[in-house]
Ligand binder design. Sequence first.
Ligand SMILES: [Zn+2]
Ligand SMILES: [Zn+2]
Length: 346
Amino acid sequence: MKAMYYEAFGARPEIRTLPDPTPSNAGVVVKVEATGLCRSDWHGWQGHDPDISLPHVPGHELAGTVLATGRGVTRFRVGDRVTVPFVSGCGHCHECRSGNQQICEEQFQPGFTHWGSFAEYVALDYADQNLVHLPDNVSFATAASLGCRFATSFRAVCDQAKVKGGEWVAVHGCGGVGLSAIMIAAALGAHPIAIDISDDKLAFARKMGAVAAINARDVADVAEAVREITGGGAHASIDALGSRVTCFNSIRNLRRRGRHVQVGLMLGDEATPEIPMAQVIGHELEIYGSHGMQAWRYDAMLSMMAQGRLQPEKLIGREISLDEGVDALMTLDTTTDLGISVITRF
Ligand SMILES: [Zn+2]
Ligand SMILES: [Zn+2]
């Protein structure tokens, strides 16, 4: 198979011909039809992710067609159109048995713990627990954009923050996760407020449903600006970026009994943020983490898409080839693209 491949962190990935994968007993091989580029791929390539061992094939946001199945697979057949959450569960640990595959103790992550989808074919383990059948009306490119950012935001907004119609929702950071969260919160009838340092991203966020936008560079105090707009603070707030500043602001801008959800990964220097714990106690704030989404929760997301209430395809920017994906991967940390780039030609 043709694949993007690297042997050293930070070195230019190559397009190479590698042996075709074969399915494990509980796994499948999927012919990749579309695969999204994500900042996590860039972090992995830089060597920031301890799950990756070299040599490596990146790519974790994928959709495609089942090409081969292991003998133990019962729910999927050759030819099925499928996608998969970027965190897949083992199916037998305590968390998987409680329905929380997104925090599985032995999780399988294509593109991190295993070779991923920047390739013609990808092997996916534990298929019955983790694969999702795609409705015919969802394109492969749209489906590829779901597995990481959109599904993660869906869980953060619906299941962790439990956002309801009429509530104010502050969203800190308007990259893929933040824009998805804004679209999902708006679809639930809530009032999302977009916060970023780029006017272009804030303008795009308004198109996705934000009712107000704050450029953090233009205000002295972001939390105060949110409190002013909302008349006392947001009911729910999401740090979609993952930094000490956005995490702190996201907690501080809550109204009493508000809910903060940390979605943006806290890496390197940002790993240990300051938490205004006196406010957490005095105002009975709730603080949640959110990490991917279980395959079984895709039904709720896909049905909102079928009703036209969610349109994740609006977040797609460029469709590119696997060869073009090399430069796109290497520049993910500096790109000013508003939409997600998806590889659809191999
Ligand atoms: Zn991703
Ligand atoms: Zn598990």
